[in-house]
Design a protein around this ligand. Sequence first.
Ligand code: LLP
Length: 443
Amino acid sequence: MSSTSTSGPLTTGPWPLTADRDAHGALTIGGVSVVALAEEHGTPLWVVDEQDLRRRCQRYVEGFPGVDVTYASKAWCTVGILQLVDEEGLLIDVASGGELHTALVAGVAPDRLVLHGNNKSVAELDQALEVGVGRIVVDSFDELERLQRLAAARDVVADVWLRITPGIDAHTHEYVRTGHDDAKFGFTLSLGLADEAFTRSLDLANVEVVGIHAHIGSQIFGTDPFIANAEVMLDLLARWRDEHAVTLAELNLGGGMGIRYTHEDHPVEVARYGKAVLEAVEERCAALDYPRPRLVVEPGRAIVGPSTVTVYEVGTVKPLPGLTTWVSVDGGMSDNIRPALYDAEHEVALANRVSQASPRSVTVVGKHCESGDLVREHAPLPEDLQVGDLLAVAATGAYTASMASNYNRLVRPAAVLVRDGRVRPLVRRETLEDLVRNDVPIR
Ligand code: LLP
């Protein structure tokens, strides 16, 4: 890890804000050595840098003045993380009854919640109405009808945003693109579905469309797709004003800001991103003579991703002469499916010590029974890497724990929050008992 990656501004490296080395060369986060953390809490371990996480929330709020910054909890949804994000003044988006339940258990005020999902169940929608979530994002005609029925039965009016599919192709991995026309999400604008949804909603007594929403994808670098999205959405609002004499006052521009996973990634600084989007909104509103709507953005990855490292212990080192050196750690695709699913690359560093040995390219793999179980291909790690060393994998706060599984019946790891030398548990490590808790024996 170079010094710039540990002490420079947040955007200069994939390591969290307080990452440093102690006198023994061990990686420290929040003033706590990962060696001590591994001894106390075991490995694999998610180590969350509290200051980094809070700073990222604050930077988003500062970078988007006057905008409702909403944490997309799918990135990492645990009670402690939601409480922290809530303390920083962010709203929270939930995309299932489970995420909604977690937010309620965390004590988040229901009116600060937004409910998403392309196939919300009757129970999920009804729960949202019952507790009074702030906004429901309607994704389909079926849902529009379902919600009308449920809201009428409760004699309430649901304030909703229509999810628009704006026809913007963000250049990111196919599995995390959502804004292009042929997507499972939302009402496709170019096919007239957005217009039809809005027109139909005007006849519904218990569903009030108060705004629109579009999320164009995830891990997007550069500001152009976001600006294009804002412009398309404002054009739509202005057109509906002209055609229906209704001025919708709320616009949610989704999430998707890319982060740094390795030193090769160069994401946009949040302040620049905010400035670019807000300027584009001002300009377009002026051109369309449209009152600036209440704006909402929905970052997930950019809030929680860079705050966290995963600490693993090396269990085997297998150099194949002329071929690959395979380094196996004690977790893998069950705690981070991203390399297997998206070819994601996370930077890896030796964490328990520094080494003067020259680096060699190794492939770090997990302990699961398949070859796709990659942690990082071609990682430059010191030649003297040995069994018992600890490895830290960068930027694992988003979409690792939240997508974790018990594949091969591995228990899901623990997570701890560290700050100023203090360690607070966030998630306890599962036990073997947890693994069989829901199994029903047949004899
Ligand atoms: N809003 C909506 C409606 C979304 O679907 C998402 C992400 C977000 C906001 C937050 O996007 P973010 O700021 O985190 O990019 N598992 C994948 C990412 C899937 C993103 C799903 N939706 C990964 O590990 O890269």
